[in-house]
Design a protein around this ligand. Structure first.
Ligand code: ARG
Length: 425
C-alpha cells in the first residue's frame, strides 16, 4: 500500500453515501490526499454539516461544502428554459444540468487546492460519468479524472466489508430500491421494478408530486412574469430565482403536474425507462413557450426549434462546454430580448394549461387577427398574394401533368338537387 499523499490531492465529489464514503480510504490507498466537495443543488433532505463531519472522520483532509443553487439556475437552468430544452421532447434535463455544474465546481476547487485529480462516484453504466468527465476535460485537461466506483469492481457486500475495515461510517438509512437524483429542476428515478416498462411506477417511485387522481378538484391559477425569457415574478410578486422555483415545485407538485414516465435513448447505446418529476420545470417551460408564440417572429421560432433540439442533445450527451453550445446560447439569448410578459397557467390534476398571456412586446395584433369589426387586414391584397404564392405549383401542373390528377371514384356522395327538393313538396 502506497503512503497517503504521495500522488498529491484528489477532489472527490462526495454525497456521504456508501460509494463515495468508501472512495475516501480507497483513494488514500492509491496514494492521494482526499479533499471532498459536497454540493447543494437543491436536493431534498441532506444534512450538509453532518456530511462534512463524516468526510473528515472518514479521512478527508479538507471538506468543502458549496451552495451551487444560484449558479445552477443562472448558468444552466435559465439557459435551458430559454431554449425550452426537453430531451426527446419530454425530459427537462434536470440531472443532465447538474453534472457540468459539479464538474466545473470540482475543477475550480482542484485549481484552488493545487490538486492533480478529481474523482466522482459514478458507475460505468450511466451517462453521468460521461458528462462529468467530458466537461471536466473541457475545462482543464491537465487534471486527471478518477472514477473509483467504476474501477474497484466491488459488490455492495464487499463495499460494506471494506467500509468496516477502514472505519467508514456506513449509512444507516435503508438503501432505496431506485437510483435517485434530484435538484431544483426535478427528480430522476430509475432502476428496480421500473426496468420493466410494462410495470406501472409504484407510489414510492414518486417524491415531489401527488398522484393526479388524488390532486385537488379545484384548479390553481398562477401568473408567471418573464423578463427577457427569465421568470421574475409569480402573481405579480417579484422573488428570487430559488424561491420562485421552490414555490412552483410545491404548487404544481401539489396538483400532480410534472410527472414524466418515459423510455429514453441513452448516449451509451441502450434504452432506459425513467420516471421524472419536474413540476416547476414543466410549468415554466409551458408558460415560456407560450409567451414566445406572441413575441417571436415566425422564422425565428422555426430556426429556434431546430436549435432547441440540438441544445437538448448536447446537454444530454455531455457537450455542455462546447463551441456549438456556446454559439447556440448566443443565438437563443438574442431571441429572448423580446420575450417579456405574463402568462396565466392553470394547474389541474396533472396538467399545466396556458389560459392567457400578454406582452408589451407582442407582435400578435388583434386588429390583424380579428374576424369582427375593426379588421385592419387588407383582404384585397390576398388576391395578388395567392396568385404569386401559388405560381410555382400552378406552373408545375401546367408543365407536367395537366389533368392527370387521380380522383377517388368510390367516394360515397349523397346528392340532393334543387329539382328533387321541389318534387318532394
Ligand atoms: N437518465 C437521466 C439522465 O441521464 C437521469 C440520470 C439520473 N442519475 C442517477 N444517478 N439516477 O439524465
Amino acid at each position: 500500500m502506497e503512503k497517503s499523499g504521495k500522488k498529491g490531492k484528489a477532489i472527490l465529489a462526495y454525497s456521504g453515501g456508501l460509494d463515495t464514503s468508501v472512495a475516501i480510504p480507497w483513494l488514500m490507498d492509491q496514494g492521494y490526499d482526499v479533499v471532498t466537495m459536497t454540493a447543494d443543488v437543491g436536493q431534498q433532505a441532506d444534512n450538509m454539516e453532518e456530511i462534512n463531519d463524516k468526510a473528515i472522520k472518514t479521512g478527508a483532509i479538507t471538506a468543502h461544502m458549496l451552495d451551487l443553487r444560484e449558479e445552477m439556475i443562472e448558468y444552466f437552468i435559465w439557459p435551458g428554459l430559454k431554449a425550452n430544452a426537453l430531451y426527446e421532447g419530454v425530459y427537462p434535463l434536470n440531472s443532465a444540468y447538474s453534472r457540468p455544474l459539479i464538474a466545473k465546481a470540482m475543477i475550480r476547487i482542484a485549481q484552488q487546492e493545487g490538486a492533480v485529480a478529481i474523482a466522482h462516484g459514478c458507475t460505468g453504466k450511466g451517462q453521468d460519468q460521461v458528462r462529468i468527465e467530458v466537461c471536466a476535460n473541457a475545462l482543464d485537461p491537465t487534471i486527471e479524472v478518477l472514477a473509483p466506483v467504476r474501477d474497484w469492481h466491488m459488490s455492495r457486500e464487499q463495499e460494506m466489508e471494506y467500509a468496516e475495515r477502514h472505519n467508514v461510517p456506513v449509512p444507516t438509512t435503508r438503501n432505496s430500491p431506485y437510483s435517485l437524483d434530484d435538484n431544483l429542476w426535478g427528480r430522476s428515478c430509475e432502476c428496480g421494478v421500473l426496468e420493466d416498462p410494462w410495470n406501472k411506477p409504484p407510489k414510492g417511485a414518486y417524491g415531489l408530486t401527488v398522484d393526479p387522481i388524488e390532486a385537488p378538484d379545484k384548479p390553481a391559477l398562477v401568473e408567471i412574469t418573464f423578463d427577457k425569457g427569465i421568470p421574475v415574478a409569480i402573481d405579480g410578486k417579484r422573488m428570487s430565482a430559488i424561491d420562485l422555483i421552490d414555490a412552483l415545485n410545491k404548487l404544481a407538485g401539489a396538483h400532480g403536474v410534472g410527472r414524466i414516465d418515459m423510455v429514453e435513448n441513452r448516449l451509451v447505446g441502450f434504452k432506459s425507462r425513467e420516471v421524472y418529476e419536474c413540476p416547476a420545470a414543466v410549468t415554466l417551460i409551458t408558460a415560456h413557450r407560450a409567451l414566445e408564440t406572441i413575441t417571436l417572429a415566425k422564422e425565428v421560432m422555426r430556426t429556434k426549434a431546430d436549435l432547441e433540439r440540438k441544445f437538448s442533445e448536447l446537454t444530454y450527451e455531455g457537450y455542455w462546454f462546447s463551441p456549438l453550445m456556446e454559439a447556440i446560447q448566443a443565438f437563443v439569448d438574442k431571441t429572448q430580448e423580446v420575450v417579456n410578459g405574463t402568462v396565466r397557467v392553470q394547474l389541474y390534476k396533472g396538467s399545466a394549461i396556458v389560459e392567457g398571456m400578454k406582452s408589451e412586446s407582442a407582435i400578435y395584433r388583434e386588429d390583424l387577427a380579428t374576424y369582427s369589426e375593426g379588421d385592419a387586414f387588407d383582404h384585397a391584397a390576398s388576391v395578388g398574394f395567392i396568385k404569386v404564392w401559388g405560381l410555382p405549383i400552378k406552373t408545375w401542373t401546367e408543365t407536367h401533368d395537366k389533368g392527370s390528377v387521380e380522383f377517388e371514384t368510390d367516394v360515397k356522395d349523397t346528392k340532393l338537387t334543387s329539382e328533387a327538393m321541389v318534387m318532394a313538396f
